[in-house]
Design a protein around this ligand. Sequence first.
Ligand SMILES: NC(=O)c1ccc[n+]([C@@H]2O[C@H](COP(=O)([O-])OP(=O)(O)OC[C@H]3O[C@@H](n4cnc5c(N)ncnc54)[C@H](OP(=O)(O)O)[C@@H]3O)[C@@H](O)[C@H]2O)c1
Length: 263
Amino acid sequence: MKNKLALITGASSGLGAGFARELAMQGHDLFITARRLDRLESLKKEIEQNYTVRVHTFSADLIDPNGVNNILGELKKQNLEVDVLINNAGFGARVFLLDKQPDDWDNIIRVNVNSLVALTMGILPTMVKNQKGQILNVASTGAFQAVPWLTVYAATKSFILSFSEGLGAELKDQNINVQVTCLCPGPTRTEFHSLADAENIDFPDFAWMESDEVVKIGLNALEKNKRVCIPGTYNKLSIYSQRLIPRNLTTSIVGNMHKPNNK
Ligand SMILES: NC(=O)c1ccc[n+]([C@@H]2O[C@H](COP(=O)([O-])OP(=O)(O)OC[C@H]3O[C@@H](n4cnc5c(N)ncnc54)[C@H](OP(=O)(O)O)[C@@H]3O)[C@@H](O)[C@H]2O)c1
């Protein structure tokens, strides 16, 4: 029987590479994409040595307005149908809004939001036609409230959470058998924090999770068709406890945690 095919964005490091390893272990063929092709190629080599699955690599920049179309074009060229879509690529910047240029924020919104919607729209029609498919969108615990100093990033993650919940409900209402899960990790050890200038945020040690653990919890939630998944006890408690306190107070607490040293 043919293996299922999983498409993973942002597979060159961190959670994305973890999703690739885990889904390959479960017997999925992979279509892995990111900008750094050398990383994708070495991951392909590692995975194909360990598992009897096929790995397709494809370099695409999701800041580029043609990035998603290039991915969809490659799928078409190779006659590949995606069974599992992991919208994982994303990045942020921890800095006062006016200390970046509009284009910098635009780039974050393009990768985190525009490309996620465009790729979902490109792949969903086949899933709907086949009456099967799974979509895992990676948001963040930052989706549940404003995160001052990571304001634009957190707003993109709120979009992903709302988009996933809305789309999941639309599909369910129409009895379309395509699952949508939104994974909302908290602090996870990947390259994310150094790239976002967010290394010295004052999270307690026990708040940090390993990326492999987050990946397993996320895929398990997708398998169980959970709409929203917050991995880890610290993350769950910090999100659920917000329901008991005023929003302004939450914003202020979160802002104090994320404030850069030079501000
Ligand atoms: N780590 C955390 O604490 C944490 C917490 C909550 C949510 N998240 C979310 O988890 C997801 C994965 O991040 P991570 O933690 O694994 O960080 P990471 O190690 O920095 O991985 C980010 C991935 O996104 C890709 N990417 C970035 N810009 C891109 C672009 N312009 N075009 C295509 N791909 C691009 C990167 O690949 P290239 O650079 O090779 O293009 C990389 O593979 C992100 O959506 C992030 O927001 C992370």
